[in-house]
Design a protein around this ligand. Structure first.
Ligand SMILES: *[C@@H]1O[C@H](CO)[C@@H](O)[C@H](O)[C@H]1NC(C)=O
Ligand SMILES: *[C@@H]1O[C@H](CO)[C@@H](O)[C@H](O)[C@H]1NC(C)=O
Ligand SMILES: *[C@@H]1O[C@H](CO)[C@@H](O)[C@H](O)[C@H]1NC(C)=O
Ligand SMILES: *[C@@H]1O[C@H](CO)[C@@H](O)[C@H](O)[C@H]1NC(C)=O
Length: 209
């Protein structure tokens, strides 16, 4: 019993020692993260934008690497990239890294989230799919948008019915006036999208609510 306890303590201690050793070695050889800075600071659609990848002082960088939406931007090995002029297709998440003189790779920089345009028009889908909807159940409308941090707007016959941060709106069929042409659109900090496709909803049957 006593022996078992002692052995356990020795194992735990040596594991800690190993962790401490390797932890120490790792922090010494690990290269510091680069940092992306932009000129201008707040880019707008149509402007020229330059992103700079700043390696820590004192490192001899052999080359840089740039990624957009987690894919390498082939042919960009310099410390900066220029997006002249900015278009909608430039929107995305940019990351850079560098290689030192021994070709060791740095960790990734901060994520630079470029957003210069409103979202693409969303796709509106009904569940159940219709085209005729029974009055005995809910109809779920889902406004499928691309991009993060969007607000969703739902319209019936062109009139705004709700603004929300989530993408599903449900219709509780208690009135025939809820039949109509539904659309949605999405808004981010750069503006509102064009409207989605139209989903035509016609309630049939007796209203039970
Ligand atoms: C960078 O290169 C210079 C010149 O070759 C050298 O003196 C210096 O030690 C290098 N620095 C690092 C961090 O390797
Ligand atoms: C934007 O970049 C283009 C191409 O590099 C250049 O011709 C133009 O003069 C730049 N515009 C401004 C306002 O700097
Ligand atoms: C690069 O490799 C050489 C030879 O192994 C070594 O002396 C030097 O310290 C390394 N430089 C860096 C920045 O790790
Ligand atoms: C709904 O859209 C159809 C065309 O898709 C149109 O004929 C109809 O008038 C619209 N209904 C309303 C209420 O706007």
């Amino acid at each position: 019993m006593g022996l078992q306890v002692q052995i356990t303590i020795v194992v735990v201690q040596s594991t800690c020692l190993l962790l401490a050793l390797f932890g120490g070695v790792n922090t010494q050889t690990r290269l510091a993260n680069p940092v992306i800075a932009s000129t201008p600071l707040v880019p707008e659609l149509g402007q020229n934008l330059t992103l700079h990848c700043n390696a820590p002082a004192g490192v001899n960088v052999s080359r840089f690497s740039w990624l957009k939406n987690f894919a390498v931007l082939v042919g960009n090995e310099g410390p900066s990239i220029s997006l002249n002029p900015l278009t909608k297709s430039d929107d995305g998440v940019y990351v850079c890294l560098y290689f030192n003189e021994n070709n060791s790779q740095s960790p990734e920089s901060n994520q630079y989230d470029l957003l210069v345009s409103p979202p693409d028009p969303p796709v509106l889908e009904a569940n159940p799919p219709g085209p005729l909807f029974q009055t005995s159940g809910y109809v779920y409308l889902t406004c499928k948008t691309s991009g993060n941090n969007v607000q969703t707007y739902f319209f019936r016959n062109g009139v705004l019915i709700t603004t929300q941060t989530w993408s599903t709106y449900y219709i509780y069929p208690n009135s025939r006036s809820l039949s109509g042409n539904y659309t949605c659109s999405a808004r981010n900090s750069k503006g509102q999208s064009e409207p989605s496709n139209i989903v035509k909803i016609i309630f049939v049957g007796k209203f039970i609510y």
